[in-house]
Design a binder for this molecule. Sequence first.
Ligand SMILES: [Zn+2]
Length: 274
Amino acid sequence: MSMSTQNYRAVHLLDSRTRRDIRRILTSIDLELGSTLTLCGLITMVEKCRQKTLYFEPDTMPAPMTGYCIALRDVDLICVHPYLDSVLTMVVKLHELAHLLLNHLPKWADGTKTPSYSSFVNYRDHFHSSLHYRIRQESAKEQAAEVLATLLFARLHTSRAHCPFTIAQRRELRLLHREYIRLFPSVQLAADRSFLPRVLIEISDARHLLWSTAAATIPVQAGDEAEMIVALCDHPSFPDIPPLFDPPNWKNVDVLQYNLSVANALWRIRSSRP
Ligand SMILES: [Zn+2]
């Protein structure tokens, strides 16, 4: 997997001040955590910056949401949907951490009315409608958090020394990504198919949307998913609609291997057509 952060086109979506902030954050991460970047190291760094403990928790939430962050009176809390695959679980955590690193959240979410952790968890459902969700990159702050999360995701994977994908597999993954983007354009951060970490993130995001709209209860077979993508892509009026159902549980699926199987099945279907 090429994890170079050079020439990542989405960075150029951001204004110069945000680009400077992201460069400064990445430099301090390099200075403090060096080549041993881990999620734990990042969490410690955020806790030090914010002078607050940071909690991570799974939380079931309405289908469009993948995660949220709230600055409570006593702790910062990041919650992630429990059914996401390993790529999305990591990216959602990093996206929320990025909001904290970029100083997008005040110390307390609602001034002196901010609840403590124990009050918040008792009334969590009342807050869901007002909490942020990650899929649509509609504002400058959302774009900035997603760009930083993508760069952190790439860095976290740099320590995996070997490249798990052959040239043919990369070609198939890019085909899968291209077809998924046709179905769910909102998951695309920038028109850039060369940055493989982003390709993997957007495939997982699109799959989350696909199966949230399809009301599937278990992860399907790779061949079925490829058939469904082809059928939907060939349907001229398939809308990019918000998901309606809880997605199936992808927690224990080897998502990189599954992507390759779907991509290979898709490649075979597309190649067999005139
Ligand atoms: Zn966000």
